[in-house]
Design a protein around this ligand. Structure first.
Ligand SMILES: C[S@@+](CC[C@H](N)C(=O)[O-])C[C@H]1O[C@@H](n2cnc3c(N)ncnc32)[C@H](O)[C@@H]1O
Length: 273
C-alpha cells in the first residue's frame, strides 16, 4: 500500500530524486503508451494524472505543439522536478493538485493520460467520477497500471525476501490496486466512463545498468519500491541478511548488461459517457 500522505512525503521525494531510474524502468511501456496516446489525434487539452517527474507530459507536449498539457501531482517534490525538467516549454505546465478533487473551469480536458498514476485514490469511483465531470464532452482516458503481482517479478521476488511481509488488501491504494480488469471496469463504468478496453503489455523492467548494473540496481531498490520500505524498517542481522539476499537476486537477474525483471501492465482506454 502507498497512500496519499506517503506520496506527499518521503516516497514522493525519493521518486523526485530517482526519476532517471524510474523512467528507465518503464521505457518499453512508455513507448507503447505514448503511441496509444498520440493515436487520440484530436486532443488539444490533455491532463496527465499523477504525472510524477513528468516524462509522459513532456513526451506528449513535444509531440503535440498545438495541444496544451497539464501535469497534476500531489507531491510538491515531484512537481518541482517535473517543472525543472520541462523548463522552456510553453504548452506544458505542472500543478500540485489532488486529482481526485481537482477541477479547473478554464481547462476541461478532452484527454486524460497517466503512466501508473491512478492506482492510489482512496475512493477510485469518486475520483474517476470527478475526472469525468471536469472533462469535456466525449473526453477520452488512456492510462497504464500494473497487472497482478504474480506477473511482476520485480516486486514479488523482492517481497519474498522480506521477513514477515504483510499480505495486505489487494485493492488498497498501491501499485497493484488496478491489477484486476473486472474491478477496474466496474470502477470506471460506475464513474461515468464507457468503451473500456484493456491491452496487456509485457516488458523488461530494467532495475540496473551502466558500468556496474548490480550496484546500480541495489542503489535503486534502496530508494524505490518494496525493498526500500523493508530496508527502512529492518535492523541488525535481519537487515544484513536482506541486503545480501537482494544482491543475490540482482546478480541472478543480470542479463545482457542490465539487471532485468519481468513486468506486466495494462494499457486501459475509455471514453466519457
Ligand atoms: C507510481 S508514481 C508514477 C509517476 C509518474 N506518472 C511516472 O510514470 O513516473 C504515482 C504518482 O501518482 C501521484 N499521486 C498519487 N495520488 C495522487 C492524487 N490523488 N492526485 C494526484 N497525484 C497523485 C504520486 O505522487 C506519484 O507521482
Amino acid at each position: 500500500m502507498t497512500d496519499k500522505m506517503e506520496w506527499q512525503g518521503q516516497v514522493g521525494a525519493s521518486w523526485a530524486r530517482q526519476w532517471q531510474r524510474t523512467d528507465r524502468s518503464f521505457t518499453p511501456l512508455t513507448e507503447l503508451l505514448v503511441a496509444r496516446i498520440l493515436g487520440c489525434e484530436s486532443a488539444v487539452k490533455i491532463a496527465d494524472i499523477g504525472c510524477g517527474a513528468g516524462e509522459l507530459s513532456i513526451r506528449i507536449a513535444d509531440a503535440r505543439p498545438n495541444a496544451n498539457v497539464l501535469g497534476l501531482d500531489i507531491s510538491t517534490d515531484l512537481v518541482a522536478a517535473a517543472s525543472e525538467r520541462a523548463a522552456g516549454r510553453t504548452n506544458l505546465k505542472f500543478e500540485v493538485a489532488d486529482a481526485s478533487v481537482w477541477q479547473d473551469l478554464s481547462f476541461n480536458p478532452d484527454l486524460y493520460v497517466s503512466r501508473h498514476g491512478v492506482m492510489f485514490f482512496d475512493d477510485p469511483v469518486a475520483a474517476f467520477a470527478n475526472l469525468a465531470v471536469s472533462a469535456a464532452d466525449s473526453a477520452q482516458i488512456v492510462f497504464s497500471c500494473f497487472r497482478a503481482p504474480a506477473e511482476n517479478a520485480w516486486a514479488t521476488k523482492i517481497v519474498t525476501l522480506v521477513p514477515s511481509a504483510p499480505s495486505g488488501d489487494p485493492h488498497a491504494p498501491g501499485p497493484f490496486a488496478f491489477a484486476d480488469p473486472v474491478r477496474v471496469k466496474g470502477i470506471l463504468s460506475a464513474a461515468g466512463w464507457s468503451e473500456i478496453a484493456f491491452e496487456p503489455v509485457d516488458f523488461d523492467y530494467v532495475a540496473g545498468s551502466c558500468e556496474d548494473p548490480v550496484a546500480d540496481a541495489l542503489d535503486f531498490f534502496g530508494h524505490i519500491g518494496p525493498a526500500a520500505r523493508a530496508i527502512r524498517k529492518l535492523e541488525g542481522e535481519a537487515r544484513i541478511a536482506f541486503l545480501a539476499n537482494l544482491r543475490e537476486l540482482a546478480e541472478a537477474h543480470l542479463h545482457d548488461g542490465a539487471v532485468r525483471f519481468a513486468a506486466a501492465a495494462w494499457i486501459v482506454t475509455a471514453k466519457k459517457y
